[in-house]
Design a binder for this molecule. Structure first.
Ligand SMILES: Cc1cc2nc3c(=O)[nH]c(=O)nc-3n(C[C@H](O)[C@H](O)[C@H](O)COP(=O)(O)OP(=O)(O)OC[C@H]3O[C@@H](n4cnc5c(N)ncnc54)[C@H](O)[C@@H]3O)c2cc1C
Length: 346
């Protein structure tokens, strides 16, 4: 029987694999995807990281692009591939775990479409983004409208001719709005917060991440007074000039999306009937219901302390704000993984 199974081979799973190796533990990493870096490769084609090379290192092996450069999604996937090869990480793809059950004897049975895996411990590294959420009114829209969640948006080629609507004012919403509205022949309606804070990637000749590190923004823990204060502040949009995008002649701000019926889409103050394409950048809902006996918090994330859950032998890595703002970033997850490994390996 295996000692550890890590579920998920993104940055959190790979960092955990590295630290288990440091403790000479035997483990297997399983992933529902068909290739390394699948979660990144599934994102839109023009995606560039908002963190430059030097802030993207997993433990032990440097990200192999120049300092100050913002890598694209393919470079992240290639880096992960080199990482797996370099550390000879045992990895099994096409293995989507659909249930985890603990036996009376204390070991876990993990079920996937081809069978079962048994292990003494599991580390869940399935990422912060699970089920794409789209507001219920999307089902009332005419089939003449091309609509997709940002999770499935790859490029402008997926859109048909005509007006577009982008819903959602987070990083994804603004980046997709930016990309679509660069095509001046498309009128792009935007439904989302417009008073979001946007921060430039560079400030006084230094990357914003250098400043974040100096101020300690990424390392205040969620249990500290200042960490609690920071976590209540909405995350700013980084590296996208929100004001410039919203000022473009072909961008029309329409306030909240209220309802829809056929070709009619109802916003706070108006109805628009010409929209042919919609990208819903409306976020995700977590899904951990496949782990029997796991206690969840009010937001449906696992109750945990630095990754240790209510079930002995089940731990988590890479959850948003698991310990600090850095917990769910490429360069930040290793600290949490090192700490978790020191607890579960001893
Ligand atoms: C658009 C976007 C841009 C981002 N840009 C940056 C950036 O510039 N810099 C930065 O540091 N961070 C960035 N992030 C944040 C973060 O780094 C990523 O979200 C990252 O992908 C999280 O890594 P992870 O390993 O925790 O999870 P994921 O990358 O989501 O990996 C989880 C893995 O688990 C697998 N999996 C899931 N469920 C199961 C299951 N039940 N069984 C088996 N396998 C399963 C998936 O196939 C996947 O491979 C960005 C996030 C987004 C959405």
């Amino acid at each position: 029987m295996l000692e550890f199974v890590i579920i998920g081979s993104g940055q959190a799973g790979l960092s955990m694999a590295y630290h288990l190796k440091q403790h000479n533990k035997k483990f297997l990493v399983v992933d529902g995807g068909a290739e390394i870096g699948a979660s990144w490769l599934n994102r839109w084609d023009s995606l560039k990281l908002f963190t430059p090379t030097e802030y993207n290192n997993l433990p032990g092996l440097k990200f192999d692009t120049p300092k100050g450069y913002y890598p694209n999604k393919f470079e992240v996937a290639n880096y992960f591939k080199s990482y797996v090869d370099h550390y000879e990480i045992p990895l099994q793809f096409n293995t989507l775990i659909t249930s985890v059950v603990k036996s009376e004897k204390g070991f876990f049975t993990l079920t996937h479409s081809e069978g079962e895996i048994q292990t003494k411990n599991i580390i869940v590294a399935t990422g912060p983004f699970h089920t794409p959420y789209t507001p219920p009114c999307h089902t009332k829209l005419s089939s003449e409208i091309t609509q997709m969640h940002s999770n499935f948006y790859k490029s402008l080629h997926q859109l048909q001719e005509g007006d577009a609507l982008v819903v959602g004012g987070g990083d994804s919403g603004y980046q997709i709005l930016d990309e679509i509205s660069k095509n001046k022949s498309i009128t792009v309606y935007f439904s989302g917060l417009i008073n979001v804070k946007s921060i430039p990637q560079q400030f006084l000749w230094k990357t914003i991440w250098w400043w974040f590190t100096i101020i300690g923004f990424l390392s205040f823990t969620k249990y500290s007074w200042i960490g609690k204060k920071i976590s209540s502040i909405p995350q700013p949009v980084i590296g996208t000039d929100v004001k410039e995008i919203l000022a473009r002649k072909n961008v029309v701000v329409v306030g909240r999306t209220k309802d829809a019926m056929g070709m009619d889409i109802f916003f706070e103050k108006q109805k628009i009937t010409t929209i042919k394409n919609i990208v819903w950048a409306t976020g995700y809902r977590p899904n951990f219901h496949w782990i029997e006996g796991l206690e969840l918090d009010e937001n449906n994330y696992p109750k945990n302390h630095r990754g240790v859950s209510n079930i002995e032998g089940v731990s988590f890595i890479g959850l948003p704000l698991m310990y600090t703002r850095g917990s769910a970033t490429l360069g930040g997850v290793s600290k949490d993984a090192a700490h978790l490994a020191s607890i579960i390996c001893n």
